[in-house]
Design a protein around this ligand. Structure first.
Ligand SMILES: NC(=O)c1ccc[n+]([C@@H]2O[C@H](COP(=O)([O-])OP(=O)(O)OC[C@H]3O[C@@H](n4cnc5c(N)ncnc54)[C@H](OP(=O)(O)O)[C@@H]3O)[C@@H](O)[C@H]2O)c1
Length: 277
């Protein structure tokens, strides 16, 4: 379903047009979700080039923005490690009344308040790359200076590219980052593992990868359209004494997928906390 076009009431600036920034912008443009002049700030002009062809302006750094631009929203999509240098260059944008919407893992609201000023409206969002096809999952958390209208804007921007949830407790974003921020990577790994296991069981490589991709995509669409719990959908595939049951005995053993996944998520959560400190 095509989302309503969102009028931001002023220009949108996207800083950082790498994998995630580009996924968001692609989602916004493809769905004509945002009625605003959009400028991408990105040192790598080739990253911005496909969007310039779609009417987006480009500057290499915040100093290259027109002085009278007055953006309504500044989306910050650089790596956490690049943030200190970027914030130093953003002094001119602080205090303009713009809402700052950061998608960086592990950079806290307090971090941004410390660099942009405590009066700045700041929302942290943790999206994921399926936003590029309108199927993202974003979890948001706002600082107290974010008014209801700016909260709505941030929520609507992220809702234009997928589902949205809000948390009031910012600390939860570390585990959110681990589960949904990085989650697509684990699912893609599942496809790779499933395909390799098929090859190990005698399938030709093309067929193994084709059926692994289609199976994960189909299961994803089924769970999206169904109201049934994931466990019921799993049981629906599992005939008594059948083949799936044999695989699930391995995957659901005490040393199976759950402890592995819990360990992986705990490590990613720890890293998110570490980045914030
Ligand atoms: N990838 C994901 O799935 C995902 C999911 C959720 C959240 N995030 C968050 O999204 C943010 C971006 O991640 P990513 O994977 O998209 O990283 P990325 O592909 O490295 O993108 C970052 C982009 O920002 C550019 N950049 C660096 N410094 C800049 C500056 N001062 N001004 C403007 N642009 C600058 C980088 O250019 P150079 O290449 O020249 O350095 C790069 O093109 C991270 O904070 C990450 O935590 C990512």
């Amino acid at each position: 379903m095509q989302p309503e076009t969102l009028d931001l009431g002023g220009p949108l600036v996207l800083i950082g047009c790498g994998k995630m920034g580009a996924a968001l912008l692609d989602g916004w443009l493809a769905r004509r979700a945002v009625a605003a002049d959009v400028t991408v700030i990105e040192p790598m002009a080739e990253n911005a080039a496909p969007f310039m062809a779609r009417g987006v302006a480009h500057a290499r750094d915040p100093g290259g923005l027109p002085p009278d631009l007055n953006p309504a929203v500044v989306v910050v999509a650089v790596k956490p490690q690049q943030m200190d240098a970027l914030m130093a260059a953003c002094a001119g944008l602080a205090g303009t009344g713009a809402l700052f919407l950061s998608i960086a893992a592990g950079r806290s609201l307090a971090y941004f308040e410390g660099r942009l000023g405590a009066e700045t409206a700041i929302v942290r969002a943790m999206p994921n790359t399926p936003a590029a096809v309108g199927r993202g999952m974003s979890v948001l958390c706002a600082n107290p200076k974010t008014g209801p209208h700016q909260r709505d804007l941030a929520g609507a921007l992220m809702a234009a590219v997928g589902e949205v949830a809000w948390v009031e407790d910012e600390a939860l974003l570390d585990a959110v980052t681990a589960v949904s921020g990085g989650g697509p990577a684990y699912v893609f790994l599942l496809i790779e593992c499933l395909a390799q296991a098929g090859i190990d069981s005698g399938l030709p490589e093309d067929l193994a990868m084709g059926i692994a991709r289609a199976t994960v995509a189909g299961a994803g669409e089924l769970v999206r359209q169904s109201d049934l719990p994931a466990s019921t959908l799993r049981e629906n595939v599992t005939s008594p004494a059948g083949t799936t049951l044999e695989a699930l005995k391995v995957l659901m053993a005490s040393d199976g997928l759950q402890p592995l996944m819990s360990r992986a998520i705990a490590e990613a959560t720890r890293r998110s906390r570490e980045l914030a400190s």
